[in-house]
Design a protein. Structure first.
Length: 94
């Protein structure tokens, strides 16, 4: 069997502002799911820093939000706490 390449697709690197926009869109989806959820700019910066976008693009954003943030929101709901999250730093995974 012979493989052939029909097209070459060139992807441009994401800028920091591109990744922040993607993070804000993903957090907006989370806000639509949990209406009382609010977040600060530092949370966006933390997610951007942790997703290592220069190497992996935006692929890790969803994983970070699913594994680190959504479980915190659920815990806060169960404990009847305020749903404002300003940073990932205070929520570490063990």
């Amino acid at each position: 069997m012979i493989n052939r390449i029909d097209d070459i697709i060139v992807f441009n690197s994401l800028s920091n502002s591109d990744v922040k926009e993607i993070v804000n869109r993903e957090l907006l989806k989370l806000k639509n799911k949990y209406s009382d959820f609010r977040y600060g700019d530092k949370l966006v910066d933390d997610i951007v820093r942790e997703c290592e976008y220069m190497e992996y693009g935006a692929r890790k954003i969803g994983k970070i939000i699913d594994s680190r943030l959504e479980s915190v929101i659920i815990d806060k709901i169960l404990n009847k706490e305020d749903l404002f999250i300003d940073s990932l730093g205070e929520y570490q995974i063990n």
